[in-house]
Design a protein around this ligand. Structure first.
Ligand code: ADP
Ligand code: MG
Length: 262
């Protein structure tokens, strides 16, 4: 039997506590609390403008918070504790910590002048985690995982949107992140290309990767997510298993939202 400290066993991999964020006096996150367990797949749903992207960005050090805290694997985002005082992290340390969190955006954001293989191998080389040969081996393996082993030498412009997004997922996996965030990963795709990207995300879920997915794909959320979190106007309105939130929502705003997207 493995000895696991009770605290470690119950601690969330991602812990978001009372997070507030304003832009120009408008509060877009109004006290978000959310804990994500290791291996958990969480789908975040909510109307446009409700703060979903901003929330993901706070987990990835792309956005600072005005109040509250975000920790990933016990490490505070943006700050470090020295003694009983908090100090803002230096850019260098932020970049280092950000490598532990993968993010995939709606627009694939691949480097246009690099091949699929080079796109995936870039970060492990740039961060000096791997030498070029090992990084290319890793990239080949990851392209295989997303079903693109035969496209390694292709440039982004030679790939479909669905293929580009799968390369972006492989690239996000290259630094072996503790958690992978998806911000509407299929929203920019033609309908016939959505399925191949969802298939890859489904595979990752089955492999036990911790995933936070902002999506409007209700059917997919229902099938793959362990938990659905409905966000509106910068707050968590309702959360629970998909069979509850998506099938028998309790709140009026959740019902109204689902009636619009279903
Ligand atoms: P969602 O992803 O749910 O559509 P966002 O998190 O993108 O919502 O945005 C929430 C609100 O914050 C919106 O009203 C948006 O216009 C505003 N917002 C987001 N980012 C910025 C920014 N960098 N500067 C000013 N306002 C922003
Ligand atoms: Mg968004």
């Amino acid at each position: 039997m493995t000895a696991v400290e009770p605290e470690a066993a119950t601690r969330g991999l991602v812990e978001i506590h009372d997070v507030h964020k304003s832009y120009g006096g408008v509060e877009v996150l109004r006290g978000i609390d959310l804990t994500i367990a290791p291996g958990e797949v969480v789908a975040i749903l909510g109307p446009s403008g409700s703060g979903k992207s901003t929330l993901l960005r706070t987990i990835n050090h792309l956005e600072s918070v005005d109040r509250g805290s975000v920790t990933v694997d016990g490490q505070l985002i943006g700050y470090e504790q020295r003694g009983d005082r908090l100090h803002e992290l230096r850019e260098r340390e932020i970049l280092k910590r950000r490598t532990q969190i993968g993010i995939v955006f709606q627009s694939f954001n691949l480097f246009p002048h690099l091949t699929a293989l080079e796109n995936v191998a870039e970060a492990p080389i740039a961060t000096e985690r791997l030498n070029k040969a090992d990084a290319r081996d890793l990239a080949r393996g990851l392209l295989g995982l997303v079903g693109l082993a035969d496209k390694a030498a292709h440039y982004p412009r030679q790939l479909s949107g669905g293929q580009q997004q799968r390369v972006a997922i492989a690239r996000a996996l290259a630094l072996k992140p503790k958690v992978l965030l998806f911000d509407e990963p299929t929203s920019a795709l033609d309908p016939e290309l959505v399925g191949e990207v969802l298939d890859v995300i489904r595979d990752l879920a089955q492999l036990g990767t911790t995933l936070v997915i902002v999506t409007h794909e209700i059917g997919f959320a229902r099938e793959v997510a362990d938990r659905v979190v409905f966000v509106d106007q910068g707050a968590v309105v309702e959360q629970g298993p998909p069979s509850q939130v998506l099938v028998a929502p309790r709140h009026r705003r959740t019902k109204e939202f689902l009636a619009k997207v279903l």
